[in-house]
Ligand binder design. Structure first.
Ligand code: ZN
Length: 192
């Protein structure tokens, strides 16, 4: 593990880091501290991070933990919450860390002479963990198909005939369907 400021340097190749990335880095460093993980090289595919928002958080998770979508160790629950859970698959221990909702007003109050972005950055650097976050140990509900390395049979959607992996199929009226055909599609055919 590097220090918070070393991670910030790594994340700051395009100018000064945004407050959000500093907070996200702090969150990940705390997650690793709670799990007592220092040498991340020993945790290849044995650490899973579940982030509850996009923007800065997935980038910080990838930078610090190496967890990423491509090897299925990073999961996104797009809930719009500045929170993440860290699961150590070797020990079964897991923690969820959430940013405190009162941290922003507190930051602006503490550094009221600074412009907003700078005040937030200063606070996210200076505040102790307890002032920034709430956390708790959790029992994560990770399905077997969500564990990195899962190998399972691919099925065919009985409507669109596209393949479906990782048991993401759903059963509707006795038919095996992909999520899109089952009504969760995020798109419509463009017939203009
Ligand atoms: Zn389908």
């Amino acid at each position: 593990m590097l220090t918070v400021s070393e991670y910030i340097d790594e994340a700051s190749t395009k100018g000064a880091p945004r407050p959000g990335i500093i907070l996200a880095i702090r969150m990940c460093v705390l997650g690793m501290k709670l799990l007592e993980i220092d040498d991340l090289s020993a945790y290849h595919k044995k650490l899973v991070a579940i982030v509850e928002t996009d923007r800065c958080l997935p980038d910080a998770v990838k930078l610090i933990t190496g967890c990423r979508l491509a090897n299925r160790t990073l999961k996104l629950k797009d809930w719009g919450k500045m929170a993440a859970s860290f699961l150590d698959l070797t020990s079964g221990r897991a923690f969820r860390v959430a940013a405190r909702e009162d941290v922003e007003p507190e930051a602006l109050r503490t550094f009221q002479t600074l412009p907003r972005e700078e005040a937030l950055s200063q606070a996210y650097l200076a505040f102790v963990d307890r002032k920034l976050f709430e956390w708790r140990p959790i029992l994560a509900k990770l399905s077997p198909e969500d564990v990195p390395g899962y190998r399972g049979k691919r099925l065919l959607c009985e409507r669109c005939r596209e393949g479906i992996g990782f048991r993401r199929e759903v059963s509707v009226d006795g038919l095996t369907l992909c999520r899109a055909c089952a009504g969760e599609a995020y798109w419509l055919p463009d017939v203009r």
